[in-house]
Design a protein. Structure first.
Length: 453
């Protein structure tokens, strides 16, 4: 093992017990996020509850394999960083559109395979854009990752389903606040282990409180199969439709942008070097697992932003912890009973814990933005405009509704909106010569020299 790997915190192995406990914490954090896309797409495709169950099991199984590939890595594939992989939310709207306009699930799977393979070969070229990601850009992106996840936490706190009669009830929100209270109390502990496991423990304690208060439905846990191997092409062979493939290709570029942002965010939190080679390896892992996913009945994979917050809040930077989480996900995919047990956790409990987690991501971004010199007017303009642009789709989902489909796909997420705006403004102010003056370049050179010391 090289000297670099010895000193880099992401390569530290904490032992099987700790890795499993911290890994489970990662799984519970992302569980709601990983099962939501198959749930939405399956419902849109008119599948039965049992078939949607298959889609969810496949999402867990493939997400686990993708996570192991991304964290452990093989030559040229895998960033070897604590990144959790799962079904990307970026493609949900596009996949629903393909399903509902007559293409069906088979057209979705065909589009995912082709678009992912194209993405796989684009990875080394795409990763070269890392030089356009100075702190002024990464800070904006990490901040908006946190802010764009907060509405998810708020929806979970209110009950998760806006059509349910108890949506936003005092009981739901009180349970979420109880869980939030437990997170805060656990973080007051002098014991580092308790602080690091505060999210997992708060979810477990919140669920026990819910059960004692007769809140939530645990009756489904024992019903249905206990073990199930994902079947290959369970929903038929993929079909290849050019319009579906083109719309999925736009989604692929959005996912590659978001994954690049997540890799840079994790690199910043872990305090390790992230260069274009590492980004290319991470993107290849993303795209390879996305291309394989349809074989098992799952969809496009991407790095999960909510888990970036967990690395920041716990300070556990080991990639082997996340690999352990990947193994747990694979087991959940093979043991539907475990999936049903975790699915029975009341959504407001996840919301209470999510509020702290997603807020932590935003705080990490703010910490990066604090390193920037705001006496430079251009830095102020870049940060202000990029974050404001990213807030647009978060504040109002229908903002781009009358624009062409590709515009909607590109800007439906606050993360891609901020990313594009910050990169363009950074190029405009810092890379195009006619906007630079001598004073600016002196400041830039000085900051570069300081960063090398």
């Amino acid at each position: 093992m090289s000297e670099h790997e010895k000193i880099s915190p992401e390569h530290e192995y904490l032992g099987a017990g700790k890795s499993a406990a911290y890994g489970l914490q990662h799984v519970l954090t992302m569980y709601g996020g990983i099962i939501a896309p198959p749930l939405i797409v399956g419902t849109a495709a008119g599948l039965s509850a049992a078939q949607i169950g298959l889609l969810i099991a496949a999402a867990l199984f493939v997400g686990g394999l993708a996570t192991i590939l991304q964290t452990v890595g093989v030559k040229y594939i895998g960033a070897k960083l604590p990144l959790v992989q799962g079904v990307s939310f970026a493609g949900v709207a596009t996949m629903v559109a393909i399903v509902t306009t007559g293409g069906g699930l088979s057209a979705v799977y065909g589009a995912v395979i082709v678009a992912s393979l194209i993405g796989f070969f684009l990875a080394p070229y795409f990763s070269k854009i890392v030089r356009f990601f100075p702190p002024v850009v990464t800070g904006c992106v990490i901040t908006i990752i946190g802010l764009s996840l907060l509405p998810v936490a708020v929806r979970w706190m209110m009950g998760g389903n806006s059509k349910a009669p108890e949506w936003g009830s005092v009981e739901n929100i009180s349970l979420a606040l109880l869980t939030l209270g437990i997170v805060i109390i656990l973080n007051l502990s002098r014991h580092a282990g308790i602080r690091r496991l505060s999210i997992l423990l708060s979810i477990v304690l919140g669920t026990i409180c819910a059960y004692l208060l007769d809140f939530g439905n645990f009756s489904q846990v024992s019903q249905g199969a206990w073990v199930q191997i994902p079947s290959l092409f369970a929903f038929g062979m993929p079909t290849f439709e050019i319009t579906a493939i083109l719309s999925m290709l736009i989604v692929t570029l959005v996912i590659m942008t978001e994954t690049t942002a997540d890799i840079l965010a994790v690199g910043e939190i872990v305090e390790t070097k992230v260069d274009s080679k590492r980004i290319a390896d991470g993107l290849r892992a993303d795209m390879f697992s996305s291309a394989v996913a349809p074989i098992f009945g799952s969809f496009m994979q991407s790095a999960f932003a909510q888990n970036v917050g967990l690395v920041a809040i716990t300070g556990i930077k080991s990639r082997f912890v996340v690999a352990a989480g990947g193994i747990i996900l694979v087991i959940l995919g093979l043991l539907p009973i475990m999936g049903r047990l975790i699915a029975a956790i009341p959504v407001p409990v996840l919301g209470g814990a999510g509020l702290v987690l997603f807020g932590t991501v935003a705080a990490s971004g703010i910490r990066t933005l604090a390193k920037i010199d705001y006496n430079e007017q251009k830095n102020l303009i870049i940060v202000a405009t990029a974050i404001a642009a990213g807030m647009i789709p978060i504040i109002d989902h229908s903002f781009y509704a009358n624009f062409p489909k590709w515009v909607q796909t590109l800007f439906h997420s606050g993360i891609s909106s901020t990313c594009l705006m910050a990169i363009l403004l950074n190029i405009l102010f810092n890379h195009l010569n006619f906007f630079k003056n001598k004073k600016d370049s002196l400041v830039v050179n000085k900051s570069v020299m300081n960063s090398h010391h």
